[in-house]
Structure formats: structure tokens, C-alpha cells
Design a protein around this ligand. Structure first.
Ligand code: DPM
Length: 369
């Protein structure tokens, strides 16, 4: 073993730390002698708790400082929620692994004293907390009598604001990603799961990603054990839509991909005006070739104890192949198919006017938030 210590960078929120520890545990399971240190780093998204995401306006609100630490060599890899990672990565960065996805759905958490209610039977004018224009646009049309208000802060803060209010504002419910609640052990607070016909999720929602310098073949090799083929293909298609539509974390773009029979990749994607009145939602699917021959995504590099530094085949082209920022490994041709599916679906959306809906939505949300 050459170098058996790695440093992982993470945001400091409880959710980010739980996610990073999960990755650390999986790595130690696969590489018994590995020593892992975790370093907490604050991001703009964490520092500006009172300003809405749209106003900060940066696509990389949650990732910039972590990437800086990678560039400076302060950390070897960083762990993020994939949905917080822009579809265009800064030059020199790669997503070395996308882990098996948790439930990607959005869920409703009702305030404790009205936990038996649902969005459909709340009093007119009840306030629902979410800062996501994607969620607001989709839910406004379905529940026109409810009022949607921004709520910021990490999950713990939001749960507190739900129970005790936020200044003058008294929320009846908040909308969150199922994955975050599950990881924090708050599954029992979920009142309703929103199916994709009610609220489609964000690109990459529910999946964790490991980012590193694309030249760091040691880390690319080390994290192979974390890669999950089905999740990776779905997320490449979803991210391709986001990139093609030029949506960031503050755009009303939603998606849903799944792989059926280990062969058919099905993708739906939509964009909405902020009031939800205008929308373009399309679906398509493609066949992913030879997936049964790629039995195990982990097979393309050695398993067991590996050194962090030192790998053969560095000049091999496969180490450079990237799809929407995601490192391909042995899956290059399949990832290209997934990426094409997302690209072509988004191009059809643009032909039908998605560009106008999106630029209007972005202009309005920048003004109002
Ligand atoms: C992004 C959005 C939100 C986060 C926008 C969106 C939600 C903001 C809000 C891009 N990142 O989804 O339309 O609700 O005000 C975030 C969460 C997770 C990752 C929390 C959540 C955990 C789940 C996961 C915040 N990022 O969405 O409830 O791993 O996907």
C-alpha cells in the first residue's frame, strides 16, 4: 500500500456530514486499511441563510468552496448531493462516482399539530414552505388555494421553522426531498410522498456524488466501489436535460428517469412558468446497449486493498471520458446513449418553447426574491 490516507471535504450541515460519513464507511468497507479524515467547509449557500437561492443567483452556491479546496490539494475528494452540482463542472473536475440513489421523490412534512392533514385538505391560504421554484410551480397549479413562501436554512432549521414559525410567517407544511429526511432518520415526519405526476424531482435528486480532480487517478480508482450503474445512467440523462436547458439550481426544471428491465432508459422532463400555468412536459426512452455485459460497474479496476496513489493505464482514454461531468469508466458507450436521450428530449422541449418559459421564469424569480 502506498498512500493509505485520504481527506474528504464536506459541507458542514448535519445532512452533508451524515452523507459524507456514509461515503467514508463504504470506502473503509472496501479498503480495509484506508484512513479517512473529514474536513468541514462552509459554502456561500450555507452562509447566506436569509437570501433565497435565486437571489444569490450562482449555480455553484454549494460547491465552489469545496472545489477550491480540491484545487489547492487541501482535500482529495468531496461529497455532495448530486442535485446541488451544476450540469457544467469547472475545468479539471470530475464526478468520480455516483452512488446508489435513495428515493428521489419530494415529500410533504405537515406541522406536528396538523400531521393528519394533506395538501389537499388544508384551509385556504395555508402557507407552504419551500424555496424551490420547481416545487412551487408544479404545486401551485394543483393546489391553487395554498400560498407558497420561501423557507431557507438547513433541514434542522427548516423543521424548527415549521414547528415554531419564522418571524411573522406560520407554515402549515414544508416540501422536502425524501432522501434528506431519510438520511437524517426523520422518515416518520413524512406526511405524503408526492408522486411524479404531482411533482417531478430535480436532476440527480436523491443521489450522492464524489467529486475530485479529473487527473487524480488514485481517487478515481479508490471510489469505483461506490459507483452504481443504474443510478449513473439515470442521472446522466437527467443532467443532460438540465445542461441543454441551461437550468441551474434555481430554475423550474424537473425530471424523472428510470431504467426498466436493465435495458430501457425512460426519461420525462418538464419546465414551468413560475405560476405553473404554462408548461412543457415531454417523455422519451432509449435502449441502452450491452448492459448485461457490463455486469458489474466495479469490474474495470482491481478490487480489494488499493493504494490511493498509483494506477496503471493513466493515459487510457477511458479515464478522460466524461458525460455531463460524470466519469465514465467502462460505461462510455452506455453513458453516451443516456446523454443523447437527455439532450434530444431537451432539444424537443426547446423547439416547443421551453427557452422562453425558462428565461421568463428566471427573470421573474430574480426580481421577486
Ligand atoms: C437544490 C434545490 C434544493 C436543494 C432546488 C430544487 C431545495 C431548496 C428548497 C438544487 N438543492 O430541488 O428544486 O427546498 O428550498 C438540497 C436538499 C438535498 C440536496 C434538500 C431538499 C437532499 C436530498 C438529495 C437543497 N440539496 O431538497 O429538501 O440528496 O437530493
Amino acid at each position: 500500500m502506498m498512500n493509505s490516507k485520504i481527506v474528504i471535504g464536506s459541507r458542514k450541515s448535519e445532512l452533508a456530514m451524515v452523507q459524507t460519513h456514509w461515503v467514508k464507511e463504504r470506502l473503509i468497507e472496501h479498503h480495509r486499511n484506508l484512513q479517512v479524515e473529514i474536513v468541514g467547509i462552509s459554502t456561500i449557500g450555507d452562509k447566506n441563510l436569509e437570501v433565497s437561492l435565486q437571489k444569490i443567483g450562482e449555480k455553484s452556491v454549494f460547491t465552489k468552496e469545496l472545489e477550491h479546496a480540491l484545487e489547492e490539494g487541501e482535500v482529495d475528494l468531496v461529497v455532495h448531493s448530486l442535485k446541488d452540482i451544476p450540469s457544467k463542472l469547472p475545468h479539471g473536475m470530475t464526478l468520480a462516482a455516483i452512488c446508489q440513489r435513495e428515493d428521489p421523490s419530494d415529500v410533504v412534512v405537515m406541522r406536528s399539530d396538523i400531521s393528519d392533514r394533506s395538501l389537499g385538505n388544508l384551509a385556504e391560504g395555508s402557507i407552504i414552505g419551500t424555496s424551490s421554484v420547481r416545487r412551487t410551480a408544479q404545486l401551485r397549479v394543483r393546489f391553487p388555494s395554498l400560498v407558497f413562501r420561501s423557507i431557507r436554512g438547513n433541514l434542522n432549521t427548516r423543521m424548527r421553522k415549521l414547528e415554531s414559525g419564522d418571524g411573522e410567517v406560520k407554515f402549515s407544511a414544508i416540501v422536502l426531498a425524501a432522501a434528506g429526511l431519510k438520511r437524517l432518520g426523520w422518515t416518520d415526519r413524512i406526511s405524503n410522498v408526492l408522486q411524479s405526476d404531482v411533482c417531478m424531482h430535480a436532476a440527480g435528486q436523491g443521489a450522492l456524488a464524489v467529486e475530485c480532480l479529473s487527473t487524480n487517478t488514485g481517487v478515481l480508482e479508490l471510489v469505483h466501489c461506490l459507483r452504481h450503474m443504474e443510478t449513473t445512467l439515470c442521472c446522466v440523462a437527467e443532467r443532460a436535460v438540465l445542461r441543454q436547458l441551461d437550468g441551474g439550481c434555481s430554475a423550474p426544471v424537473a425530471v424523472h428517469a428510470n431504467l426498466q428491465d436493465n435495458q430501457h432508459l425512460c426519461l420525462s422532463a418538464g419546465t414551468w412558468s413560475l405560476d405553473g400555468q404554462q408548461k412543457i412536459v415531454l417523455s422519451d426512452s432509449c435502449t441502452i446497449s450491452d448492459l448485461n455485459n457490463v455486469k458489474d460497474i466495479k469490474e474495470d479496476v482491481g478490487s480489494g486493498d488499493v493504494g490511493v496513489v498509483g494506477i496503471t493505464g493513466v493515459s487510457d482514454r477511458r479515464f478522460c471520458d466524461e458525460y455531463v461531468g460524470v466519469y465514465a469508466g467502462v460505461l462510455s458507450s452506455q453513458m453516451a446513449e443516456a446523454e443523447n436521450l437527455g439532450d434530444s428530449l431537451a432539444r424537443r422541449m426547446l423547439e416547443q418553447g421551453a427557452g422562453t418559459i425558462l428565461s421568463e421564469a428566471k427573470r421573474h424569480s430574480a426580481l421577486s426574491s
